[in-house]
Design a protein around this ligand. Structure first.
Ligand SMILES: NC(=O)c1ccc[n+]([C@@H]2O[C@H](COP(=O)([O-])OP(=O)(O)OC[C@H]3O[C@@H](n4cnc5c(N)ncnc54)[C@H](OP(=O)(O)O)[C@@H]3O)[C@@H](O)[C@H]2O)c1
Length: 265
């Protein structure tokens, strides 16, 4: 099993991270995520929204187990908070308390607040970096236009990552424009729902390519994403056997021809 690395800001993160949305059994998930963190995965995605803060508390348990320096934490703020810098700080401090840390590595706007201009919301949001609650900032569910606006509205911070729905079965939105834009601007893409909740495993073309390489369809679906440049899929997997399978999606490459076949799905 060999781990690959990508870049967020100036940090090296594993090419695969793990998400924490909709965990059913936190004890089962704890074992699976601890296995991941001790076998090469170093980045975990969470949000204040997930299970009303319990997912952040879960990440806090993992930090306690592996040590703060061994985990790159991404969390997300709810867009309603962005109306006011004090509200942003209050939400940020509450998140840090749940996580049991002094700072996170990456804070994202979960999705744009439709009642505020992009300028106003990102300027209120960047207080989290200014006050040291996070090392980096980014956005999620922004389109290219909104991302560009955000980049040009910031007073002192830079956007290092954007989190988007991106999988082998849901790729045109990202591949049409966003992928190039992010390449040009040194922005990492965190790909969410990269397994389409397991559905990628049932696609006949993915299965066919997987057989050729002696890999599983899940591994091919994730490997396709990490072959696209600075893309970091963040699957969620609370079963340890799922985590083991996911780890096997790093450290190898498919032929350009096969990548093209997969791109055509
Ligand atoms: N920014 C946003 O708006 C946004 C939106 C959605 C999601 N996200 C983030 O992205 C993460 C991942 O997305 P997601 O949870 O929507 O979907 P996903 O990762 O595509 O799918 C998760 C599901 O796939 C199953 N799975 C994992 N590994 C598997 C394997 N090897 N074989 C078969 N099934 C497997 C998991 O099962 P088990 O859990 O039973 O192992 C789970 O039911 C979330 O947890 C969250 O952190 C962000």
């Amino acid at each position: 099993m060999s781990v690959e690395w990508k870049i967020i800001g100036d940090d090296k993160v594993s090419a695969i991270g793990l998400g924490t949305w909709a965990i059913r059994n936190y004890d089962q998930a704890y074992n699976a995520y601890l296995y991941a963190l001790t076998n090469g995965i170093n980045n975990i995605d969470t949000a204040e929204m997930y299970d009303s803060g319990r997912a952040e508390e879960f990440v806090g348990r993992l930090v306690h187990a592996v040590g703060r320096d061994n985990i790159f934490i991404t969390t997300k703020i709810l867009p309603d908070r962005l109306i006011d810098k004090d509200l942003v700080l209050k939400a940020g401090r509450a998140a840090l308390k749940r996580l049991g840390v002094d700072y996170v590595d990456l804070y994202l706007i979960h999705w744009p607040n439709r009642n505020l201009s992009i300028e106003e919301q990102v300027r209120n949001f960047e207080i989290l970096a200014k006050e040291g609650l996070t090392r980096y900032i980014g956005v999620s569910n922004f389109n290219v236009y909104e991302l560009d606006k955000a980049i040009h509205s910031l007073a002192r911070e830079r956007i290092v990552a954007v989190q988007l729905h991106y999988s082998i079965l849901h790729k045109s939105e990202v591949e049409n424009e966003m992928l190039d834009y992010c390449r040009r601007n040194n922005i990492a893409i965190q790909a969410y729902t990269p397994l389409e909740r397991g559905a990628v495993a049932g696609h006949p073309v993915v299965k066919q390519v997987a057989d050729k390489y002696g890999k599983t369809p899940i591994q091919v679906a994730l490997n396709y994403l990490i072959s696209q440049g600075n893309v970091i899929p963040i699957p969620k997997a609370e079963k340890i056997e799922h985590v083991k399978e996911i780890l096997g999606s790093m450290g190898w490459r498919m032929d350009v021809k096969d990548l093209e076949i997969l791109r055509g799905i």
